[in-house]
Structure formats: structure tokens, C-alpha cells
Design a protein around this ligand. Structure first.
Ligand code: HT7
Ligand code: ZN
Length: 853
């Protein structure tokens, strides 16, 4: 496979100011006539290279006349235009959307046609340079059967419609904003719309539409509210106004990712649009709000200012994730949102940064760009933006973003452009900070308190692990929020301050104290680093109860739990009583702040416990975590029962308080279930049956699914019968079983893969079973390798149909270095078996071969 290097970037030799596309739509045959007005952008007489993937050119016309001076190079079309500096190129292509199982390009989902062009799907529709630094104004004419496709949508504004021959109709769309091909979109289908309006800050009226299949309309209201909140928030916080008269969103069932920010026509996975209390959990509602915001925010961070090349992906994704995180924090509880974001970072990004697929947020090379839509580019990318915001402060950060948007509006920019705008707008030198874009690996800070007389210091040693292709690292610039407390209750000794680390070894003065202070460090998770700090006895419990930063309180309790679990797994003495005491104390806040208490009381997940160990022992981790859960459940039984005894808030109440109470009830039920009390299956079943919404119903079902009761079988059956016709809810039925802590989960997953409702054609269904299973550490890593075999079988079966989704299933197998020798051999054997398959896609080849390195 060909490797593409960031350093090889060359400016495009041709620009295409205008594109006219004519689609004669059909599910099994669509004819595309593309007219590109090309203009030479480089002095050298280079031929015009138009990328194609699976296309055949029937005829090429230049300035209206048939042109023969062209050739195919692989899938690409190369046209020799001699010394012409400008031309109108016309090419016809025929495509079969029904045969497009990759879900990239133009494809059919149910009976509708839709597109997905990021990153390189446009070349599967028509020949085009298909690189993000070629920006064009698009004019799109669509013709189709009126009965099959009553709704015809594309980017921008609909400027004309009409009736055609033989029961057809057409629509003409024009997008006034030049855009790269990856933002092109088209939808044709039988859809209904939830309509609304938004008045922008300058008083312009925008028509909003969320398009779904008949029957789903009532589940679009939350998405619509989220859209309007996002539009207002971007005006207020970033001064960014929407710029078209129309903003449409379409929900499709078959989609490789969460959603896509096509200009004026976002296309969404139904999972991130449809939500009502009966079928969606609070987490699902939050997911809808966050993804709607994310795609909307891309209108500026991604569309108005786009990426020069795909190595710059984090320019739009990291920044936009930071923006959507800030938005969701403002809509709900900032502390809880920060905890959730950090938990996700640790679950998905830290392992990536520590494994064979580690890469900087701005990668240096790739074989298949779809493999780089990663937690590193997205979530670590967001942390990097957050650190700049921390270093600059809110006001100067805003100056920086204003400068960035104004300076690069209408351009294809780079990460370097963003950092330069931050430096100028924020009046700060970010020279060393740029290493966050260059170096992979999670920095580790070893901290030690030192004393000289009454003066106390924090000694910091910064190390960054070697990652593939990067053996040695230079120290990073790290903003670390810290404070120090006296544990005698006399209050803070050192109020919060921001220390900026720059050196491999650095001493930070803390001040003069009579006794060793309790250090509160990386408050609010100000930097994506791992902290290693030896604590005095009782310090973590004290911080868990008294720290004035809620995130730091959460961290202290998690660290206490983690230390206890790691000690137990390693056969060392553990301090369960301290954990029980700290959880008990935290529960005292259950009435005032149930959402925070629920997050804080949760034990660290099994994978994160494994991340703390030299060699992961999945069985011991499962055993000791369950034992601690049982101990906490039993010791605090009365408290958990009291939480469940309070009446549940109505499922229709979406307030943060009600959400927090529901979350805490789920945590309480899980603790009681872990303690093995006899009445718990009955209690869980009662909650399951009486629940007036999906949050409680799913929590009870998931709890039952771990066990072995009649109630479990009964509840799974009821759930299936009730929701078998609702694909998003049926996904949950697969998911809770794949998450199960039962010993027979591998066999259950294998069985579920044969279930009539399981299908490889729908990525949500695949993720709900296999994605959940791969995250179930003890089951996936079953010692006989059956879990590995199951996942590898899936990759092999899925690759010919949908390589993007297949490739996303490989990283769990690439973590082999972290396990014992027996598991290592089994995991590597499965990666090798995958690689031995004939005709393997570029996507899977890259992920599997790098995973073996
Ligand atoms: N920018 C969007 C990326 C995306 C995508 C990438 C590869 C293959 C399919 C895809 N669907 C959407 C999503 C986002 O970050 O907003
Ligand atoms: Zn995005």
C-alpha cells in the first residue's frame, strides 16, 4: 500500500471555481453529469488529475467538444489540456447506489439515496481532485421519480423545482459558499420534516428542517431544540452567525459514523437525531445534543474555514469537539460533563496513545485517511485546544479565534495557521506548545513534594513514552492547575494557580507551610497527562471529601479506588475500608448533587484498571472489581436502598437534577446487585417493568443481564418483543448482552451474531454487538482466545462489504503487548489470519499490519 506523507504536500495545480452536477437518480442506476470549470493554478503545464474510485468515464468533453486526450491511471482520470489555462470539463458517470455497501459516496439506505463524501467519497460519485484545498461553488440539479423520491435535497438554497416526463420531478440547488468536495451532499427519498425557524443575531431568518422517515417525526424535537441552542450559543460565545437561509438535517439508518457536517445539509446517523423518553436514555439525549451541536459548529470550524489537507484533520475536529464539549457543559453540569469527557479520553485515547497505532494529533503519514478519524485526532485534539484556551484565558482565546476565523474565512487552513492566530490574538509564544501537534504518547508527570525549611516545592519530572516512529521526545509545555490544602480543616493554603511546565525536570515553589500540604493537581484536568504522585495516608480520602474543585474530588476518589483495586489484583494489602468510607461520605451529597455523586461513586472500569498494570490480568481485575463492588454494596446497603426508595423523577423531566437522580438510581441498583442480595433480581425486574422511560428500563435490564435469574430471561424477552421493530432500541438489546459479566458471554455473542435481527449491513447493529463485546475486557480476553477469534471472524466477513467499519474493529486486537504471553500469541495469530485474507481492503490492511508491529 502507498503511504502518504504530510511533508509531501503540494498546492493544487488546478482550481475549480464552479461545478455543475446533474443527477438522474435511481436506486440501482444513477447517471451523473459533472461540469467542472477548471483554472490552472500553477505555472507548470501539468495535466488535470481527477480522482476516481470505481468509476468509468464514458466520454470526456472539453469546452463542449468531445476530447480524446485522456487516460485512466488506476481509477483516476488524467486529462491533458495542453497549454490551456482554463476549460470546462464534462464527464458522465454511471453508478449503482444499491451496490454501494461501503456507505461512502452515493448509496441507498432503506429506500432513500444519500451521500457521504468525507474523506474521499466524492471520487466514488464523479471524477474530481477530491482534496480539501480545491474549493468550488456548486450548482446541483437532481431529477428522480416523484413517487419514490418526493423530497430532493442538496447543499445551499433550492432555487427552482419542476415536473419532468414519466412521473419525474426535479430540483435545482445552489450553494453560494465555495466548499471542498467532501462537504457535498445530496438526499432523495420519501421523508417528512420537522420545520422550525431561527432568527440570527443580525436578524436574518433561517428555515430549519429535520427530515426523517414517516413515523419518526415525534422523536425529532430534542434535536431541533439542540440545534437552536447551538446556533444561539455560537453567536454568543464565538460571535459566529449562520450564513444560509436554510439549514437541513437528514437522519439515515445506515451510516459509518455519527453524523456529517455537509454545508447546509447535515446528514446524521438516526442514533443522533431520534430521541424520546420511551426509547432513548438520558445519555442518548445528551448524545443527540452533543452531536447536533458538533455538526452545527463545523459550519465555521470546518466549513467556512476548512482543512488544507487531511493531515490537518484535528484543525476542524479537535477544535469542534472542544466547542461541543464547552456547549454541553454550558447546557448542563460543567463538572459532570468534564468527568464524562475525561473518562472517554482515558478509555479511548490513552490506550491508543500507548499502543501500536499511536500517532500525533497531526499525523505525519497514513495509508488510508479513514483510519485517522481517531480519539487522538478528535479528543486529544480537543484537549490541545483546551490547553491553549487555559493558557490564554477566555478573553485572549476569543481574540485568537476571532483572528483565526476572520483571517482564514473561505480558505483551506492548517493547524499551524490556528496556532499562529492564537499566538497573535493571545499575545503569547506557543513555540514549545507546538510539540503537542508533533509528538504522540501521553506525557507522564512524576510529582514529589519537597521541603526546605518552611518552603515547600513540587518537583516535576516529565517523561513521554516512545511511540512508533518516535523514539525520543522533547518536553512539552503543560498548563497545570494546582492548589494545596491543609488537612486540618483550616482551609486552602495555596489558592488555585496555573503552573506552566516547560522542562523535563522542574521545581514549582508552593509557599511556606508548617506541615505537608495535600496537593490538588491537574484540577479540571487542565492537561491530558498521567500524574504519578505518592500520597500520604488519608490524603486522597480527605481530598475526595474537601477539595473545592469537583473534578479533583472525583479524581481523588477514583484514585483511591484505583490504588485499592491495583493492590488487590497484585495480591497486595488493599484498603477497602477507606474506599467504603469515602464512597459513604460522597453519598451524603446525593440529594444536592446526584449527578456528580453518581459519577464519583462509580468504580473505574476494568480496562482503566488494566492500564495501570504492567501486564493486564483480565480475570483478576474482574474478580477484584466485583469483590470491591460487593463490599461497597453490602456496607452501604441502606444508603443504596434509600436512593431507590425515593420516587423516581418522571422520565419526561429532562432537567439536570432529574437526570442526575436517574443516573444515581442506576448506580445504586448496580451496587445492590453486585452485593448478591436475594431480593435484587426482583427489585430490578420491578424497576424494569414499572419504568416510565428508557433510562431506568435500560439500567435495570443491564443489571439483570449480568446475572442468572429468571427475571433476566423474562426481561430480555419482554424488551425484545416490545422493541423488535425499533432498530435503535433493538441495538440496546444486543448491547446489554454483549456487556454482560456472565461467564458465557463469548458464547452468547456468537449466538447473537446468528440471530435473525443481526446484520452486517447496518454499522449501528455491528457496533452494538461487537463494539460492546470488544469493550467487555474479561469476556473479550477469555483465555482460550474465543473472543479474539469472534472479532477476527467479524472483520474478515465485514471487510469486503464495509472496510471502514471493519477497520474500526481492529484496535482491540492490537493491544496484545499489554497481556500475558498466551494471550499475546492468540491475538497476534488472529491479526495474521486477517492479513492472510485475499483482497483485503487498504483500511484493514493498514490497521492490522500496524497492530502487529
Ligand atoms: N466530519 C465527519 C466525519 C465523518 C466521516 C469520516 C470518515 C468516514 C465516514 C464519516 N462520516 C462522517 C464527522 C464529524 O466529525 O463531524
Ligand atoms: Zn467533526
Amino acid at each position: 500500500p502507498v503511504t502518504i506523507h504530510r511533508g509531501d504536500y503540494r498546492r493544487p495545480e488546478w482550481q475549480i471555481p464552479d461545478i455543475a452536477l446533474d443527477f438522474a437518480l435511481g436506486i440501482t442506476m444513477t447517471r451523473v453529469t459533472a461540469a467542472l470549470s477548471v483554472v490552472r493554478a500553477a505555472p507548470a503545464p501539468a495535466p488535470l488529475l481527477l480522482r476516481g474510485d470505481g468509476l468509468a468515464a464514458a466520454e470526456v468533453r472539453v469546452d463542449g467538444a468531445v476530447w480524446n486526450d485522456w487516460r485512466m491511471e488506476g481509477g483516476d482520470l488524467v486529462i491533458d489540456l495542453g497549454h490551456r489555462d482554463a476549460a470546462r470539463i464534462e464527464v458522465d458517470t454511471l453508478i449503482d447506489p444499491s451496490a454501494n455497501t461501503q456507505l461512502s459516496g452515493l448509496y441507498a439506505s432503506n429506500d432513500m439515496l444519500c451521500t457521504q463524501c468525507e474523506a474521499e467519497g466524492f471520487r466514488r460519485i464523479t471524477f474530481h481532485p477530491d482534496r480539501p484545498d480545491v474549493l468550488s461553488r456548486y450548482r446541483v440539479r437532481m431529477t428522480g421519480d416523484k413517487a419514490a423520491f418526493p423530497v430532493l435535497l442538496s447543499n445551499g438554497n433550492r432555487v427552482a423545482t419542476g415536473e419532468g416526463a414519466g412521473g419525474t420531478h426535479w430540483a435545482l440547488w445552489e450553494d453560494p459558499w465555495p466548499k471542498p468536495s467532501y462537504l457535498f451532499a445530496l438526499v432523495a427519498g420519501d421523508l417528512v420534516v420537522n420545520r422550525d425557524r431561527f432568527t440570527t443575531m443580525s436578524g436574518r431568518e433561517v428555515e430549519l428542517g429535520i427530515w426523517v422517515r414517516e413515523g419518526d417525526l415525534e422523536r425529532t424535537h430534542h434535536a431541533m431544540a439542540a440545534l437552536k441552542h447551538s446556533m444561539r450559543w455560537d453567536e454568543e460565545v464565538y460571535g459566529r452567525e449562520y450564513d444560509l437561509d436554510l439549514f437541513n438535517i437528514v437522519a439515515v439508518s445506515d451510516f459509518n459514523m455519527g453524523a456529517m457536517e455537509n454545508k447546509g445539509l447535515n446528514i446524521f446517523n438516526t442514533r443522533y437525531i431520534l430521541a424520546d423518553p420511551d426509547t432513548a436514555t438520558d445519555a442518548d439525549f445528551d448524545g443527540v445534543e452533543g452531536v447536533v451541536a458538533h455538526e452545527y459548529f463545523h459550519n465555521w470550524s470546518g466549513n467556512r474555514v476548512t482543512c488544507r489537507d487531511w493531515f490537518q484533520l484535528s484543525l476542524k475536529e479537535g477544535f469542534t469537539v472542544y466547542r461541543d464539549q464547552s456547549f454541553s457543559a454550558a447546557m448542563g453540569s460543567p463538572a459532570v460533563k468534564r468527568i464524562e469527557d475525561v473518562r472517554l479520553l482515558r478509555a479511548a485515547q490513552f490506550p491508543e496513545d500507548a499502543g501500536p497505532l499511536a500517532h500525533p494529533i497531526r499525523p505525519d503519514s497514513y495509508q488510508e485517511i479513514s483510519n485517522f478519524y481517531t480519539a487522538t485526532v478528535y479528543n486529544k485534539g480537543a484537549e490541545v485546544i483546551r490547553m491553549m484556551a487555559t493558557l490564554l484565558g477566555a478573553e485572549r482565546f476569543r481574540k485568537g479565534t476571532d483572528l483565526y476565523f476572520d483571517r482564514h474565512d473561505g480558505e483551506a487552513a492548517t493547524c499551524e495557521d490556528f496556532v499562529c492566530a492564537m499566538e497573535e490574538g493571545g499575545d503569547i509564544d506557543l513555540g514549545q506548545f507546538r510539540r503537542w501537534y508533533e509528538q504522540a504518547g501521553t506525557p507522564k508527570l512524576h510529582l514529589a513534594l519537597a521541603q526546605e525549611g518552611r518552603d515547600w516545592f513540587m518537583d516535576v519530572t516529565q517523561t513521554i513514552p516512545a511511540t512508533p516512529g518516535q523514539e525520543t521526545k522533547a518536553p512539552m509545555m503543560i498548563p497545570l492547575r494546582l492548589a494545596a490544602f491543609a488537612m486540618d480543616g483550616s482551609g486552602a493554603l495555596l489558592p488555585e494557580r496555573l503552573a506552566t511546565l516547560t522542562d523535563a525536570v522542574q521545581r514549582i515553589p508552593l509557599g511556606q507551610f508548617a506541615a505537608r500540604p495535600a496537593l490538588s493537581v491537574n484540577r479540571g484536568f487542565s492537561a491530558p497527562v498521567i500524574i504519578d504522585l505518592e500520597r500520604a495516608s488519608g490524603e486522597l480520602a480527605w481530598l475526595a471529601a474537601h477539595d473545592d474543585d469537583p473534578f479533583a474530588r472525583y479524581e481523588a476518589l477514583q484514585q483511591l479506588m484505583l490504588d485499592t483495586l491495583v493492590a488487590a489484583v497484585s495480591g497486595k494489602a488493599d484498603d477497602r475500608e477507606a474506599v467504603i468510607g469515602a464512597v459513604g461520605q460522597t453519598l451524603e451529597g446525593a440529594v444536592n448533587d446526584p449527578a456528580f455523586v453518581a459519577e464519583a461513586a462509580l468504580l473505574p472500569n476494568e480496562a482503566f484498571i488494566g492500564d495501570q498494570m504492567v501486564t493486564v490480568d483480565p480475570d483478576a481485575i474482574r474478580r477484584e472489581r466485583l469483590a470491591l463492588q460487593m463490599a461497597i454494596g453490602t456496607a452501604l446497603e441502606n444508603e443504596w436502598r434509600a436512593i431507590l426508595a425515593r420516587s423516581a423523577p418522571a422520565a419526561t423531566d429532562p432537567s439536570p437534577e432529574a437526570k442526575g437522580r436517574r443516573r444515581l438510581r442506576g448506580v445504586a441498583l448496580a451496587y445492590l446487585a453486585a452485593s448478591g442480595l436475594e431480593d435484587v433480581p426482583g427489585l430490578a425486574f420491578a424497576i424494569f417493568s414499572q419504568a416510565d422511560g428508557m433510562t431506568e428500563r435500560q439500567a435495570a435490564l443491564a443489571t439483570l443481564a449480568h446475572g442468572d435469574s429468571d427475571e433476566r430471561t423474562h426481561a430480555l424477552d419482554i424488551f425484545y418483543q416490545r422493541y423488535r421493530d425499533n432498530p435503535l432500541v433493538l441495538d440496546k438489546w444486543f448491547q446489554v448482552q454483549a456487556w454482560s459479566q456472565r461467564a458465557d458471554t463469548v458464547a452468547t455473542v456468537a449466538e447473537l451474531a446468528q440471530h435473525p435481527d443481526f446484520t452486517l449491513t447496518n454499522p449501528n447493529r455491528v457496533r452494538s454487538l461487537y463494539g460492546a463485546f470488544a469493550g467487555n475486557q474479561a469476556a473479550f480476553h477469555q483465555a482460550d482466545g474465543a473472543g479474539y477469534r469472534l472479532l477476527a471472524d467479524l472483520v474478515i466477513a465485514l471487510d469486503p462489504r464495509n472496510p471502514q467499519t471493519a477497520a474500526r474493529m481492529i484496535p482491540p486486537l492490537g493491544r496484545w503487548r499489554r497481556f500475558d504471553e498466551g494471550r499475546q500469541l492468540l491475538m497476534k495469530a488472529e491479526l495474521e489470519r486477517i492479513l492472510a485474507q485475499p483482497g483485503l481492503s487498504r483500511d484493514v490492511t493498514e490497521q492490522a499490519s500496524k497492530s502487529l508491529m
